[in-house]
Design a protein around this ligand. Sequence first.
Ligand code: GTP
Ligand code: MG
Length: 231
Amino acid sequence: MEEPKQTSALFICARNEIMGSRELAPRVPLSRFDEVYELDGNSTDGTREFWEELGATSINHVKKGEIFNKAAETTQADNIVFFAPDGNENPDDIVKILDLLEEGYDMAIASRFMKGARNEEDNKYLPLRKWANQGFTIVVRLIWGGTLTDTINGFRGLKRDKLAQLNLESSGFDIEFQTSIRFLKMGWSVAEFPTFEGDRIGGASSASSIPTGLLMCRRVWKELWGGKKKI
Ligand SMILES: Nc1nc2c(ncn2[C@@H]2O[C@H](COP(=O)(O)OP(=O)(O)OP(=O)(O)O)[C@@H](O)[C@H]2O)c(=O)[nH]1
Ligand SMILES: [Mg+2]
């Protein structure tokens, strides 16, 4: 008997990303998804209206840390893919993420640090954010095992039923990091593939390095002692 068709939802996460949205939208494979949403962080530059015109259902007032929980409660689709139209994420990789989920992986991450990948800071003399990212991933591997190379990138897809079980409490830029740790704790399957991270197209970064780094440290500490009870 034929397997029932899996359903998929795309979540575009943006706050004032009109320039990137305009440039990248033609390459976003909207027709591969049964549902398309834009989770918006109070954009004032027309980002919401732009995606709505393309057929997306826009949901406003969604803070960065609420994105994963919001997606899990918004859709009943089997597969959820997140995409940020800020220039960092290559829209051509969206289908790679979706294919891995359809193949059966519980989560698929576009890695900026695997062999063959490119990170935004690769041509910098002192790639501090890259080192910090890799440092946090080493800590995660030492504590929770696995072979992940990029525990922090938000460019990923997840099975909705798994995401809904995670009981995420994160409220900021550590949301993806927390999700990676919890997937490892649960022993769920995670696939990675190399991605080519682009430069920001417009707008402004809202992830400042030091507060984000401190948030990650706190996250490791909390997951080490209390996180398990939350699942
Ligand atoms: N819905 C929502 N989206 C947000 C919020 N803050 C940032 N974003 C979007 O989330 C996406 C991913 O952001 P990140 O790549 O993690 O952070 P960033 O601000 O782009 O920082 P850099 O990548 O370092 O430049 C981007 O498209 C942002 O516009 C927010 O509070 N709510
Ligand atoms: Mg970005």
